[in-house]
Design a protein around this ligand. Structure first.
Ligand SMILES: Cc1cc2nc3c(=O)[nH]c(=O)nc-3n(C[C@H](O)[C@H](O)[C@H](O)COP(=O)(O)OP(=O)(O)OC[C@H]3O[C@@H](n4cnc5c(N)ncnc54)[C@H](O)[C@@H]3O)c2cc1C
Length: 405
């Protein structure tokens, strides 16, 4: 598949220099420590993050820069997001990226009947074998998604930020949900966002961020002429024009902003994980027994987490002390330091799977599969998603190729 589009992406020299510097530090201080240990390093982590996807990349960066003197292990089942002949970073080849064997989990649907979310009296049949793409690569689904800039999609349609009321409804469920109200979420959205819109008006400035690491841009000038024709046609039908779908109104006709930087995909691995990897410090002898500590994020690719390791000595509570994972043909274990945390952010399908394999889930499912029940919870229920389909129409030659650069 990757042979079909022979594109080579070149990194700019500055990036390469930074990468080389980081790699050199890693080789010296971390990767080689088994073979040429000049100092002892303790193999426990303050945080173990499972999944270098959208959430995992942001978490790794915010934790390493936000809390002094910590180390983080990120275990990712896929590999770095730089291969595949540039299919990942080129916006126009996004639909090829998720068919790549080594970047996608390759899930397909099982046949099932369910109530339509739009019209609850209608029953919908989901057929067997519909591809269900999920990123298995640094950046997770943000490395193979459609790059439409949105922050939390509503359940049934491909729409941008939710409306303020939806967040406030979540928050109204109880005091522990308070941080999910619109004001808190907007603050978080703005902190992540680096919007490059030229001459934003005051309203746009109130609702958007300009200093985050997730780059967002307007579509390239003009794009295809046919887009303007479509927009004009919709306006003639009375559909209002919307130049900011993440603004006050989510409806209307217009062009999406996309999560791109200078015309290339900006996944969360590009924005956040890359920045997290820049922090590498070594504190010799800072730990008990003469151990040194590497303050850094250690990303282990091709490391498939199998389950959480629980503290068997504590029968009263379920305390996670590490994870068991599969890497290079071996089952390995990684542990957290006292007061450390295991954070599962492996996506909508795999997070419930890991929890259930670890004994957290519906009792009957776990017992059916001979898994010891640690905590009975409705894990894996209530997954909602929207179907995606595209319409392809043939056009007469020379009618829609007016790309204005
Ligand atoms: C085809 C497609 C198009 C989309 N289009 C858009 C769009 O245009 N705009 C938009 O905003 N959103 C879009 N989305 C949705 C968006 O990308 C996701 O909602 C978001 O990336 C989910 O983030 P996450 O961190 O929960 O999971 P993910 O990004 O899926 O990250 C999970 C990570 O965990 C890793 N992992 C899973 N299991 C294990 C394991 N056992 N061990 C180790 N690692 C593991 C995975 O490999 C992955 O890297 C799209 C999604 C898809 C699939």
């Amino acid at each position: 598949m990757s042979q079909e589009v022979p594109i080579v992406i070149e990194k700019n020299q500055e990036d390469l220099k930074k990468d080389a510097k980081i790699r050199e530090l890693w080789m010296k201080n971390i990767c080689d420590h088994d073979k040429h240990a000049k100092f002892k390093i303790k193999e426990t982590y303050d945080f173990i993050i499972v999944g270098a996807g959208t959430a995992g990349c942001v978490l790794a960066r915010e934790l390493i820069h936000g809390i002094p003197n910590i180390n983080i292990l990120v275990l990712e089942a896929g590999g770095p997001n730089v291969h595949a002949n540039g299919l990942i970073s080129l916006p126009c080849t996004w639909f090829k990226a998720f068919r790549l064997f080594d970047c996608d989990w390759g899930y397909v649907t099982q046949e099932q009947k369910m109530k339509s979310h739009v019209n609850p009296i209608k029953e919908v049949t989901v057929k067997k074998g519909i591809p269900y793409p999920r990123g298995k690569v640094w950046g997770g689904c943000s490395s193979l998604n459609a790059m439409v800039y949105m922050q939390v999609s509503r359940p049934y349609f491909f729409v941008i930020r939710g409306q303020a009321k939806q967040y406030n409804d979540w928050a109204a469920q109880g005091p522990e949900y308070k941080i999910w109200d619109w004001d808190h979420c907007l603050e978080a959205f703005k902190a992540l966002e680096n919007n490059s819109r030229e001459n934003p008006d005051e309203k746009f400035k109130q609702l958007h961020g300009f200093n985050g690491l997730h780059h967002v841009q307007d579509p390239q000038n003009g794009a295809y002429d046919i887009m303007s024709d479509l927009i004009d046609a919709a306006k003639n039908l009375g559909i209002p024009y919307n130049d900011d779908f993440n603004g006050e109104r989510q409806n209307g006709v217009g062009r999406f902003q996309t999560t791109n930087e200078k015309g290339r995909r900006c996944s969360l691995a590009d924005g956040y994980l890359r920045d997290a990897l820049k922090k590498v410090e070594f504190h010799p002898g800072s730990e008990p027994n003469g151990f040194g500590k590497v303050v850094a994020v250690d990303v282990r690719s091709y490391s498939h987490v199998l389950e959480i390791i629980w503290d068997e000595e504590n029968q009263k509570e379920n305390i996670a002390i590490g994870v068991r994972y599969f890497c290079n043909g071996n089952v390995r274990e990684a542990f957290i330091a006292p007061k450390g945390e295991v954070i599962i952010c492996s996506g909508a399908i795999n997070s419930p799977q890991i929890l259930m394999l670890s004994g957290v889930g519906p009792k009957e499912n776990l017992e059916e599969n001979n898994i010891k029940v640690r905590k009975e919870l409705p894990v894996g229920k209530n997954l909602l998603d929207h179907p995606g389909c595209c319409f392809i129409a043939k056009s007469a030659p020379n009618t829609i190729h007016h790309w204005k650069s």
